[in-house]
Design a protein around this ligand. Structure first.
Ligand SMILES: [Zn+2]
Length: 430
């Protein structure tokens, strides 16, 4: 199957960050040509007044928690987790699958084509991923058996899931750890050994709140990042979500070990985490930083356009510096750096021949996006555009959002089903 995206503004995100007025030819699921393409294709989409972007990449998510959207607003992390765990304990496998499917629809419709998830029952999330046709980097979460509601050993469950999914076209399995507050040294070591054995990624919450850091220091006399370095966990497989409460020495440790950070500004602000992840210092230390929305219970959406803007504004505001985290850098976090974080920089994150055709096409001909100046397109994308401007999304060359509608599933029936599940679970009134 070949497809030609004709006459758009192509935001390549290649090494030179070129923006071209031209075409993108897609063949056999990959980008075949970029620029002025003479060939035609089986399908041609007119992209006049549209921007063609690499599909956005969300590197920290708990997608099935769409079921809990709005269940714990205006409370800090600890109270939010209490509510989440109480509802979680009543979830069925089918609920998780439907919640995940809803989230996948929401992501595709707002231009996200890859996400990095942390959850139990990732096999159910994987079903949602396949049905929606999105790309999922799914981390089965492990924690001490004393704290889990999972049946059997979380580590064994994670291993089984990873082995089952190895080689899947859309699902890349990895190993997750919930955080230092529920995982002993043995659990962290087990997760690391498993990821090494499977050549898989690692995904964990890290230094999210001040109480996490203080409690851990009380217990071990070390801060979480220092402690993970001491036990030999830090490595370039790891995507660490948050890293809000870290010292400069810890930032340098992250850089030294090649740890990637998933920055989640909206979640941190909503849960009143207080601190701000020190992105300028992370860049200085060579840390790859990417962008995550975190759970729909703490965001409450998963629109990476909003998240790019939130990230840029948060750092400008707290550093008293309007040039810190400029638009181009914000877009990098959500595209090429996200791909690097997931060890997929060779196939995702930019529009270049040979890469997978994971693309988002945005309509610029909208009231809220006018006037549009092609010379400041990147700033326009970050500060003005919205996920709802997405008209087309492609994953591996397959058109999964076509003229604004998801093609793979019946959105309306998924919405109805999730509304029913939420009202059965905790009495949501629709
Ligand atoms: Zn999280």
């Amino acid at each position: 199957m070949s497809l030609l995206l004709r006459g758009g503004y192509v935001v390549t995100q290649n090494a030179r960050r070129e923006v071209l007025r031209g075409d993108v030819l897609v063949e056999d699921g990959r980008v075949a040509a970029v620029g002025q393409v003479r060939d035609s294709a089986e399908r041609v989409i007119d992209c006049t007044n549209m921007a063609v972007l690499p599909g956005l990449i969300n590197t920290h998510h708990h997608v099935a928690n769409t079921l809990l959207r709005g269940a714990a607003d205006d409370v800090p992390l600890e109270a939010m987790l209490e509510t989440a765990f109480a509802i979680d304990a009543r979830l069925t496998r089918r609920d998780v699958q439907m919640g995940a499917l809803l989230g996948c629809i929401e992501m595709l419709k707002s231009g996200t084509t890859s996400f990095h998830d942390l959850f139990y029952w990732e096999d159910e999330v994987a079903r949602g991923v396949r049905e929606a046709g999105i790309r999922g980097f799914l981390s089965w979460v492990v924690l001490d058996e004393a704290f889990t509601t999972q049946r059997g050993s979380p580590l064994k469950n994670a291993e089984q899931f990873a082995r089952k999914m190895k080689g899947d076209e859309l699902v890349t399995p990895s190993v997750g750890v919930q955080g230092v507050y529920v995982a002993s040294e043995e659990t962290w070591a087990g997760a690391r050994a498993l990821a090494d054995a499977l050549d898989a990624g690692l995904h964990a919450h890290l230094a999210e709140t001040r109480s996490e850091v203080y409690n851990h220091r009380k217990k071990t006399s070390l801060r979480p990042v220092e402690w993970l370095e001491k036990i030999g966990f830090l490595c370039d497989r790891l995507v660490a979500a948050h890293c809000v409460w870290v010292t400069l020495n810890e930032v340098r440790a992250l850089g030294r070990h090649g740890v990637k950070v998933a920055h989640c500004p909206t979640s941190n602000m909503k849960l009143a985490s207080g601190g701000v992840a020190p992105l300028p210092e992370m860049f200085e230390a060579g840390v790859t930083v990417s962008l995550g929305t975190d759970s729909p219970i703490s965001n409450n959406g998963m629109d990476l356009f909003q998240e790019m803007k939130a990230a840029a504004l948060l750092h400008k505001s707290t550093r008293w510096d309007a040039s810190v985290l400029p638009a181009q850098r914000a877009l990098d976090l959500a595209t090429i750096d996200g791909a690097r974080a997931l060890r997929a920089g060779d196939r995702l994150g930019s529009i270049e021949p040979g890469k997978l055709a994971d693309l988002a096409v945005l309509d610029l001909h909208r009231a809220h996006a006018t006037p549009f100046n092609r010379n400041n397109l990147i700033r326009h994308l970050v500060y003005t555009c919205r996920g709802s401007d997405v008209r087309y999304a492609l994953v591996g060359g397959r058109v999964v959002v076509d003229d604004g509608s998801v093609t793979t599933v019946d959105e309306s029936s998924v919405v109805d089903r999730v509304q029913e599940i939420a009202s059965e679970l905790y009495g949501v009134n629709g």
